[in-house]
Design a protein around this ligand. Sequence first.
Ligand SMILES: [Zn+2]
Length: 349
Amino acid sequence: MKSASGLLYRNGGFIEAHVVLKNGTPVIGEGLLENAEITGIILPMPINCHTHLGDAFIKRPERATVEELVAPPDGLKHRMLAAVDPEEQITAMMGAIDSMASTGISHYIDFREGGLEGARRLLLASRASGINPVIFGRPLEGYVPEEMDALLKVVDGIGMSAVSDMEFQELDAISDNAKKAGKGFAIHASETVRENPDEYLELKPNLLVHMVKADSDDLIACSAAGIPIVVCPRANAFFGLKPDIKKMLDANITVCLGTDNAMLASPDMFAEMKSLAGDFGLAKEDVFSIVFENGRKVLNSLPGLWMASSQDYLVLESSLNDPWGSVIEAKPGNICLFDTEHVSSEWRE
Ligand SMILES: [Zn+2]
């Protein structure tokens, strides 16, 4: 696609606009354009703010608890990660990345287990994909300075399991090391049980994931510390969990969206948005800012990263009668992408 015309989502509403590809870059103009290739809704490409693509090779289980499935070191996922053939894992990750690319995701923040080798496999899988991985790696076990130094040369940040899963001193040392290297630190928090905010906030994370069991005081503390939260409604629903997203927004937290474990939910942000729009009592404006604005805001806030991606757009081929509804009901087959070879190629410091 080289041109599109219709309604552009911007600053919480829609305006008539068109996009034309100039020197490989989509350029926005005001008003409709006759003879545009596609008519539809022009959207900023979403950022998938939380994935674990490394488990894309694992078949979705019928049911399991968080403990049985994903808790380190003995959850099913971690046993399978330890045993998987690298080629099989990389191929499955490539499939997940391709599906994100085809649905217009420009960046994804992946919690990549498996130390340096884990990060290497994701880099191999993401080569030539045309979309940008933001790799939050994880050391193999505890805090080993030499391993951390090597890992931090490769990854964009460190993404840990939870304060309940590791000695606090080790997590603190890992966080400290990431900060000193100018990289981000993120951690899951209060997913199945309420964890003490004094602990996870003490780690000075750039990003918290889940916060399903956080109470109002915890959310206020998180808001005061200026820490965004990634919510993953479909993965939470698999475990019978439901975050109170309204309460997070009421506490003035920047909430963004991710798809979490690839074995549980496809990395499809439109499917995730549909779940967000359906079950949480949110205003449509909130849903749109979570999906199309906050992800970029959060990515921009991570240390060492910046985005030259204000020109990353996709177009949803649809009538212009009900843009809010059309976006929430979007089907992958209606998503059109501009003929750029890649998006945001120069965006790391
Ligand atoms: Zn996760």
